[in-house]
Design a protein around this ligand. Structure first.
Ligand code: SF4
Ligand code: SF4
Length: 172
């Protein structure tokens, strides 16, 4: 009896596991229905959205730089004060299922953007590769490639426009 129950449990876990592999939550769930953990886990940790963006006042075109927010640790690609970040960086945007589609400046490779657009996550994403290091090993993050805004004057930031891997060429 107990053996049968154990065996059934394993079978059901196996089926659940197979289903989650072939139908992972980011493909099957509406973003609005994701748990807080699932939502946070979508972030690939690329750090691109934590780089200073500059807007051309004439064309409204937005360019990204290799100058990072003062709270970004450029060696880990992590925010050093994520929970309380708005005390230091009030304009840091909180991504939600409601605003992700309207944030046109978000990187093309941003996992939230990809999922919102119905696209697949890349093979370097940790939910696909199984490791949060893959993105850095593939050079798809800003790890060790940014300078903190604390060290770069506003005048110099205009000379720090870059094209991060996976992003489209500048339209100039
Ligand atoms: S406050 Fe943190 S999450 Fe927001 S842009 Fe800066 S480093 Fe990134
Ligand atoms: S661009 Fe998107 S996936 Fe990359 S760190 Fe920012 S929120 Fe996460």
């Amino acid at each position: 009896m107990s053996h049968k129950n154990i065996s059934q449990k394993h079978e059901s876990q196996k089926h659940e596991s197979e289903a989650s592999v072939s139908n992972p939550y980011w493909k099957t769930k509406d973003m609005a229905d994701m748990t807080a953990e699932e939502w946070e886990n979508l972030c690939d940790g690329c750090g691109k959205c934590c780089c200073i963006r500059l807007e051309d006042e004439e064309t409204n075109a937005v360019y990204i730089t290799d100058v990072s927010c003062k709270l970004l640790d450029g060696q880990t690609c992590r925010c050093t004060d994520y929970v309380d970040r708005k005390k230091t960086v009030p304009d840091c945007v909180t991504l939600t299922p409601d605003n992700i589609s309207s944030l046109q400046w978000m990187p093309q490779t941003c996992a939230y953007r990809l999922v919102a657009e119905g696209k697949a996550l890349p093979d370097y994403h940790h939910l696909v590769s199984g490791s949060k290091e893959t993105i850095h090993e593939r050079g798809m993050s800003v790890m060790n490639a940014v300078t903190s805004e604390i060290l770069v004057s506003e005048a110099e930031q205009a000379r720090r426009i870059v094209i991060w891997p996976g992003e489209p060429d500048l339209d100039v």
